[in-house]
Ligand binder design. Structure first.
Ligand SMILES: [Zn+2]
Length: 375
């Protein structure tokens, strides 16, 4: 993995490269970021940078023996541990499955990884055997390079076994670099957190998600921004949405539906309700979630909090339209009404009719506030 293969995040990449150039790479780092923030691919690419034998001004050369091995995640001195199923299963036992999964999707989530291991409902963990193996290996000489790197993905899954690693994290063997990765700090031993240099990753900026979707999925910028907004900084989620057939993207049907509702275009609503119903129940829930997010944005704006810059052009226009026509009370009623839709859909209600009932109600509320205003 190389930094160039990871979209955006240039601030983090620059910072990490600088620590290498200035020879102040901490021996124990904790990459802490929410799902889809790129912590794992960044750690893997950082390992490549650190191991490169002829780094240039742009960082890792990509052609030295070390870079060539790291391009396939196969450098003998770059190790990785992650949660596995079963008390005796070490990461090395399932490394090929992991490599395949990571190659296919560098933004792989823990849920994806457990699914690849066919975990069903079994609990995964980084077990005692794995920790002992790690300590033994780090005490030995490195195989090829002058340094050793150990990445621990899902450090939360160490549980109390993490105690075994405390000494190694505090006083690592010479030229050993440990990179722990976690979504949630609260599930980590505080003694581990305090021994690591923390690198906090924020969710992806929407513009970087948009640019990636435009470049890699041939999406229109406006559409890509819409998905970026819906994904809320989670690149994994955004890629998932972008990979689906465009007509299957429930969130995108929210904007026309809401617009027709505000305009009172009944015939268009009836037609659109049919398309939304065809998406199926799970997608309708996404549609509801997107609608809720949109109404929340509208409500915040009414209260004077401006967060609209993250919306697409079409979204911005609709927001302005809604701002002129809707009072705070009406927006709140709509939010409550649409939240109920999710549970009604669960109970096998007819989606088309549920949507039509909402349209009729919302039209009444809109007309009501107009008559109040006029009086
Ligand atoms: Zn190199």
């Amino acid at each position: 993995m190389f930094f160039q293969q990871i979209p955006g995040r240039s601030d983090i990449k620059n910072y990490l490269q600088q620590t290498i150039r200035q020879q102040r790479v901490p021996h124990a780092q904790l990459f802490w970021g929410p799902e889809g923030s790129g912590a794992l691919p960044l750690a893997m690419a950082f390992a490549t940078e650190l191991m490169c034998e002829q780094p240039g001004p742009e960082g890792a050369c990509g052609s030295c023996p070390s870079c060539r091995k790291n391009a396939h995640w196969a450098h003998p001195d770059v190790h990785i541990s992650f949660p596995t199923i079963g008390a005796q299963t070490k990461s090395a036992d399932v490394i090929q499955v992991w490599r395949d999964g990571f190659q296919k999707q560098p933004f792989i989530t823990m849920a994806d990884w457990f699914a690849l291991q066919e975990a069903d409902n079994k609990q995964g963990g980084i077990n005692k055997d794995e920790c002992l193996h790690m300590l033994r290996t780090l005490q030995m000489k490195s195989f090829e390079a002058a340094k050793k790197i150990w990445i621990i993905w899902g450090a939360e899954y160490l549980g109390k076994e993490g105690n075994r690693l405390l000494k190694m994290i505090e006083e690592p063997t010479p030229d050993t670099y440990m990179i722990l990765i976690a979504d949630e700090l609260q599930d980590l031993l505080p003694t581990i957190v305090s021994r690591c240099q923390l690198l906090k990753l924020k969710p992806y900026p929407e513009t970087e998600i948009r640019d990636h979707l435009v470049a890699s999925y041939q999406m229109a910028p406006d559409e890509a921004l819409q998905i970026a907004h819906y994904a809320q900084g989670d690149m994994h989620h955004a890629i998932q949405l972008a990979s689906e057939d465009i007509r299957q993207q429930a969130p995108l049907l929210w904007l026309p539906w809401f617009q027709y509702c505000l305009q009172g275009r009944t015939a268009q609503i009836v037609e659109l309700n049919g398309s939304i119903e065809q998406l199926g129940r799970e997608k309708v829930k996404q549609w509801v979630q997107f609608g809720l997010g949109f109404l929340r944005t509208l409500l915040l704006l009414r209260k004077g909090v401006d967060i609209t810059s993250s919306l697409s052009d079409a979204g911005q226009k609709l927001i302005q339209f809604g701002m002129q026509g809707l009072t705070e009370d009406t927006i709140i009623r709509m939010m409550e009404d649409i939240s109920d839709l999710e549970s009604q859909v669960e109970r096998n209600g007819q989606i088309r009719l549920l949507l039509l009932a909402r349209y009729v109600r919302w039209r009444e509320w809109i007309n009501l506030q107009r008559s109040v205003k006029a009086a």
